[in-house]
Design a protein around this ligand. Structure first.
Ligand code: FPP
Ligand code: MG
Length: 326
């Protein structure tokens, strides 16, 4: 996902060097007072991950004069620690067995340990963001509030009179796009970019963040190669764009799929049948088309930014975020 790869070696080297430092700092930030907590706190980050948010911080920072500042590294560590912290909680809430190809933390230890480790990482993110000033702390706190509210809204579902699709898009914006927007905003901000550029980065991040999550939800159904158990959302009856489109279509020939979606999917063979039917459904192509349309619209948001290699890399991200298969 290093979209910078094709944009000339100097720029690529700068981005890679930054990401290498960020990687080391992430592991350092996860060090705890006991080896057991350190191991648990490094568990999800050790298993891999795309480091999409640190990449956005680094790319957005290129639009400011202070892009070599140490604060860029700190901002990237803050957003990735926050993201990883949220995954510990998310896997408990989703009852997910695997994450990034590894056993999920609550399976390896227990729910309460996984939840506390998430809190520990969030505490570490909070300490580092305090070094970036009160405005960064405020942004981080508001992002945290959106993450949590998005996750709650997903859990409780839409009100009876609400549009389920709009509810889902609001959930996606809060639980995922918020932190991706903050990544781009903080990158631009700590590098000293002007207010208009910070605003442009925040809006770009909000949109690509939504594309990222909608795309992730499609891949969760269509790929066996995500490092997660396929169909987790389906099993937990978490609505996603494809399943919402199936419901909206209301085709008579979907009776079996709809019954499965509303039934007990705890049995692996029954879940596999539901995934198989969903993979063949036109809703998958419709969802993909919607994601591509949104990605193209997001790319146009970059038009007024200076034509530097980081802008090309951000444009390239709009392609890779929808073309990835895992
Ligand atoms: C993954 O969603 C989860 C999120 C995008 C955010 C979850 C937020 C919380 C649990 C709030 C708590 C936050 C902190 C910082 C402690 P997903 O289940 O759709 O994605 P997945 O397929 O990767 O599991
Ligand atoms: Mg999940």
């Amino acid at each position: 996902m290093v979209a910078a790869a094709q944009f000339g070696s100097d720029f690529e080297d700068v981005v890679r060097a930054r990401l290498d430092v960020i990687e080391d700092r992430l592991f350092a930030a996860a060090e705890a007072s006991t080896p057991m907590v350190t191991e648990a706190a490094r568990w999800i980050m050790s298993a891999g991950g795309k480091r999409f948010r640190p990449m956005l911080v680094v790319l957005a920072s290129q639009f400011g004069p202070d892009h070599e500042s140490e604060d860029v590294v700190k901002a990237a560590v803050v957003v990735e620690l926050t993201h990883v912290a949220s995954l510990y909680h998310d896997d408990v809430m989703d009852d997910a067995d695997r994450r990034r190809g590894a056993l999920s933390a609550h399976q390896k230890w227990q729910n309460s340990v996984a939840i506390m480790v998430g809190d520990f990482l969030f505490a570490r993110a909070s300490a580092i963001v305090s070094e970036l000033g009160t405005e960064a702390v405020r942004i981080q706190a508001e992002t945290f509030a959106r993450l949590v509210q998005g996750q709650i809204a997903e859990t409780v579902g839409p009100a009876d009179d609400a549009d389920p699709l709009q509810h889902h898009l609001d959930v996606v914006a809060d639980k995922t796009a918020s932190l991706i927007s903050t990544s781009a905003l903080l990158g631009a901000k700590v590098a000293g970019a002007d207010t208009a550029t910070q605003q442009a980065m925040a809006e770009f991040g909000e949109q690509i963040g939504t594309v990222f999550q909608l795309s992730d939800d499609i891949i969760d159904i269509t790929s066996d190669d995500t490092g997660k158990a396929p169909g987790t959302d389906l099993r937990e009856r978490v609505p996603t764009l494809p399943t919402l489109l199936v419901r909206q279509a209301g085709r008579p020939e979907d009776a079996e799929l709809l019954a499965l979606m509303d039934g007990d999917l705890s049995d692996d063979a029954v879940l596999a049948r539901a995934i198989g039917l969903l993979r063949q459904h036109p809703a998958i192509d419709q969802a993909r088309a919607e994601v591509v349309r949104r990605a193209e619209r997001t790319r146009t948001m970059l038009a007024d930014l200076p034509a530097i290699p980081a802008r090309d890399a951000l444009a390239e991200l709009c392609t890779t975020v929808v073309s990835r298969t895992s």
